[in-house]
Design a binder for this molecule. Structure first.
Ligand code: PLP
Length: 421
């Protein structure tokens, strides 16, 4: 039975009753506002703490306390192979083979390492294409990579911007730009979802277009991982990286995620900057000369498994394993559709939803551009225990993460917004 949206609280409650993922909310800690749980719509920046994290962290602390060096082999979760425990769930979340994913470092570091593997500028082929307004860290990474090769960013980086008067990029324009620059294009690097507009790019089409002209296709999936199901392997994406502290709730600065397509992951000649943890386990501890990479994405691991930086993610992924990314996505679409419906019932608020109308072209986030009073509205939300963020000139990003946000939460946001006018 599908419930038609309307503006009553009864309908919000009915939607919650029908939500088979509703009970996951109880598995998270919420900050308090006036002794009540806040409504948390900032999971696109930092996910909440799952309640199972504390025990999981204590386990590692105790094993370290009691076992010290023996913990590498004898801890409850032997540290020697700690990255391995996360692969099955992460692989499902990003649509990859287990051999194509690993965890290490943090997002921007991994982006640098992957670009060093895949960006090989020549006299003919040197250009890097990105979306205009990419996340600053990605912009800085590309800018400095280019300089590292002794090249000038202005000669190399091509930014694709929306058409005059528009806020979103059209896939057809991206495809056209790739074709036009085809001969000189070395790499296309896009954010999977733009952090500001919330636009989900057509990863499959962008990848196919890049390959058609002989360029590499890489993606920063910070806002995609754990938000929208994707098929990195089937879409033939060459490389990708993401952080695990946004929708995946791995905690502040959690270990980052990395994907390398099987074709490159199994090829030990794929260039990389290496360390002993990426070396074949059979010879790693022989401590001999010459790096022998593992024949999978773990061949990109450089250092010892970062246990204390990985344990929270390991615990959080247990919830994703049960909930499944497909069911989370179905609920997420319903949540943003409901939010958009409610906003449309408030014609006087002068608010433009800059995120795509079509749910297939966005994730859990709606970016609301308030022509007036954006800052005051943001403050009003905070005063009422609703956590959303504000970006100049007047954008409030609202991301009801389906693991711990309810339809009633969305309704409450609407109700407070209505009272602002
Ligand atoms: C959040 C985010 C980052 C953050 O990178 P860190 O290295 O984890 O600090 C980078 N890129 C994008 C697109 C992001 O959304």
């Amino acid at each position: 039975m599908t419930i038609a949206f309307d503006t009553t609280l009864a309908t919000a409650k009915q939607l919650d009753l029908q939500d088979e993922l509703a009970s996951f909310k109880q598995q998270f800690h919420f900050p308090k506002h006036q002794e009540k749980d806040v409504i948390y719509f900032c999971g696109n920046s930092l996910g909440l703490q799952p309640k199972n994290v504390e025990t999981a962290v204590l386990q590692e602390l105790n094993d370290w306390k009691n076992l010290a060096i023996s913990g590498f082999a004898k801890a409850k979760n032997p540290w020697l192979t700690y990255q391995e425990y996360l692969k099955p769930t992460l692989a499902k979340i990003v649509g990859a083979k287990e051999a194509e994913v690993t965890v290490m470092n943090t997002l921007t570091v991994n982006l640098h390492l992957l670009m060093l593997s895949f960006y090989k500028p020549t006299k003919q082929r040197f250009a890097i294409m990105m979306e205009a307004g990419a996340f600053p860290s990605d912009q800085y990474a590309v800018e400095t990579l280019v300089k590292h090769f002794g090249l000038q960013p202005n000669d190399i980086i091509i930014e694709i911007a929306p058409r005059e008067g528009e806020k979103l990029l059209r896939t057809e324009d991206i495809v056209l730009a790739i074709a036009q620059h085809g001969k000189s294009l070395a790499m296309v690097l896009f954010g999977g979802i733009n952090y500001y507009t919330g636009q989900l790019f057509d990863i499959a089409t962008i990848t196919a277009s890049a390959h058609k002209v002989g360029a590499i296709a890489g993606f920063d999936l910070a806002h995609v991982a754990g938000n929208v199901p994707i098929q990195l392997h089937d879409w033939d994406v060459d490389f990708a990286c993401w952080c695990n502290y946004k929708y995946l709730n791995g905690g502040p600065g959690a270990v980052g995620g990395l994907y390398v397509h099987e074709t490159f992951a199994t090829n030990t000649n794929t260039p990389r900057l290496a360390g002993w943890w990426g070396n074949d386990e059979a010879t790693r501890f022989k401590m001999e000369k010459s790096f022998v990479p593992k024949k999978n994405a773990s061949g990109w691991n450089i250092s010892t498994a970062q246990v204390l930086n990985t344990v929270s993610l390991k615990a959080s992924l247990e919830l994703f394993e049960v909930a499944t990314i497909e069911k989370l996505r179905a609920k997420s679409i319903q949540l943003t559709n409901y939010l958009a419906f409610l906003l449309h019932q408030l014609p006087n608020i002068q608010c433009e939803i800059i995120t795509p109308q079509n749910a297939e072209e966005r994730g859990a986030q709606l970016s609301l551009y308030f022509l007036r009073n954006g800052k005051a509205i943001h403050q009003k939300m905070i005063d009422n225990g609703i956590i959303v963020d504000f970006r100049e000139p007047g954008v409030i990003r609202v991301a009801p993460a389906p693991l711990y946000c309810s339809f009633t939460n969305v309704y409450d946001f609407f109700k407070i917004l209505k009272d602002c006018f």
